[in-house]
Structure formats: C-alpha cells, structure tokens
Design a binder for this molecule. Structure first.
Ligand code: GSH
Length: 227
C-alpha cells in the first residue's frame, strides 16, 4: 500500500520537513490534507492515530508514526539508496549529523520559536507585539546564529568535521540542515531578515538551503495550489 501522509494545508512546521524529505527521496505517497479549521486533527479517528491531535503523521501500511523528525528519520532509514545520504552510515559521520540535529532542536528551534511567537503568533491572535520582548528574543537568536557562523566557516553544511579523528571530511546536505526548513523560512514572512543578514558563511548556507531545487519546487507547487 502506498504511504499515506497527513499534513497541514501549509508547507511549514513539521509538515514542511516531512514534505521535503518525501521530495528528496522521490517517494510516492497519498496526501491527506487535514482541514485544521474544521478541527479534523482533533476528531476521534485521527486522535486514535496521533494522541496529541497534530500534523504531520504517516501511515506506512498500518505503521503509524507522528512527530516530524521521527517521520523523516524513519523514511530516510527505510530508503537508504534513494536520494542524498541524509543520515550517513559511518558511526562518527552519523554522530556529527545527530549532533547538529540536536543543536537545531535544543538550541536553534527554541530561540526561533520565541521570535515567531512574538512577531507572528501575537498578531495572529489579535494581540499587540511587545517590541522589547521581540528585540530580546532576536538578540538571543542572533547569539546562536553567531555560533552557526563559526561552524559554517569550517564546513559547507552543518555536519562536518574539522578534527583529526576521523580524518577531516566534509559532509554534504544532511538531515541536520533539513530540519531548519521547519520554521525559519517564516521569519522572512514576518519581515525579519536575520537569516540573510548574519555573517557571510551563515548567509551562504541559508541561501543555499532556500535555493535547493527540491525546496524551490515544493514552495512553487504548494499542496494543491496552497503553500
Ligand atoms: N513537534 C511536532 C509539532 C507538531 C505541531 O505543532 N503541529 C501543528 C501544525 S504545524 C499542529 O498540528 N497544531 C495543531 C494543534 O497543536 O492542535 C512535530 O514536529 O511534528
């Protein structure tokens, strides 16, 4: 049976990284777009699959998985010979990808969420933006991105190695880079240009992600015309 992919109507958040993984691996799937306004994600049939009632989710011939990063890892591991090597096999190479992915989840994402909550979340709820809170959140995000600038000065993508064990190697685009497509593109929608106004290495990396052909096509095609 073809893989079933349940997503929000929009290419953002966890749905964005699952959609991008499906595109990178060129996997066929049946797409079920949840009507979030109609609260389809809170209906009992759906909550029976996803106890938190959220998107995305996959049903792989009866095997149900939720949490976007877990879904991506599952698909990448299941189809190791399709598309780029997003999760390399070598222990040390793989660990460096997991290290960078953990930084995304534990350091980058919380700092980003604080910015988005103030800049986009509050206006969406009809509340005024508190400029002081936003400035502080941006300052904290900026501090994290300064560290990314150092890392990306040593290798082209996030997971690389500049030590001597194993011998220095450069990894290509991996799962760790891919995780950054979840929410960071929303900064530009809020008129916040921090992703393209940091140091040269960070900006180069972000521009590379934003012009990656699979991402450009996904954004251009949208989900049945919605993006
Ligand atoms: N950590 C989860 C986050 C899932 C999530 O927050 N999904 C949002 C859409 S982007 C959702 O379903 N919101 C509705 C709700 O929480 O009720 C993942 O990455 O899959």
């Amino acid at each position: 049976m073809v893989l079933k992919y349940y997503s929000t109507p929009f290419i953002r958040g966890g749905s964005a990284i699952v959609a991008l993984t499906l595109a990178e691996l060129k996997l066929p799937f049946e797409h079920i777009i949840l009507d979030m306004h109609a609260m389809e994600h809170k209906k009992s049939e759906y909550v029976a699959m996803h106890p938190f009632g959220q998107a995305p989710l996959i049903d792989d011939d009866g095997f149900i998985v939720y949490e976007s990063r877990a879904i991506c890892r599952y698909l990448i591991e299941k189809y190791p010979n399709q598309g780029p090597h997003l999760l390399p096999k070598g222990l040390k190479e793989r660990t460096l990808v997991e290290q960078a992915a953990a930084v995304e989840y534990a350091t980058f994402q919380p700092a980003l969420a604080a910015v988005l909550s103030e800049a986009l979340g509050k206006p969406a709820r009809g509340q005024p933006v508190d400029q002081g809170v936003l400035d502080q959140a941006l300052k904290e995000l900026s501090t994290k991105l300064d560290v990314y600038e150092v890392i990306l000065g040593k290798h082209k993508f996030l997971a690389g190695n500049d030590n001597s064990d194993p011998a220095p190697f450069e990894q290509e685009f991996t799962f760790a880079d891919l995780c950054h497509y979840a929410y960071a593109p929303m900064l530009a929608s809020a008129g916040i240009e921090i992703m393209t106004r940091k140091g040269p290495n960070f900006t180069r990396w972000w521009n590379e992600l934003m012009t990656r052909p699979t991402w450009v096509k996904l954004k251009a095609d949208g989900y049945k015309g919605k993006s």
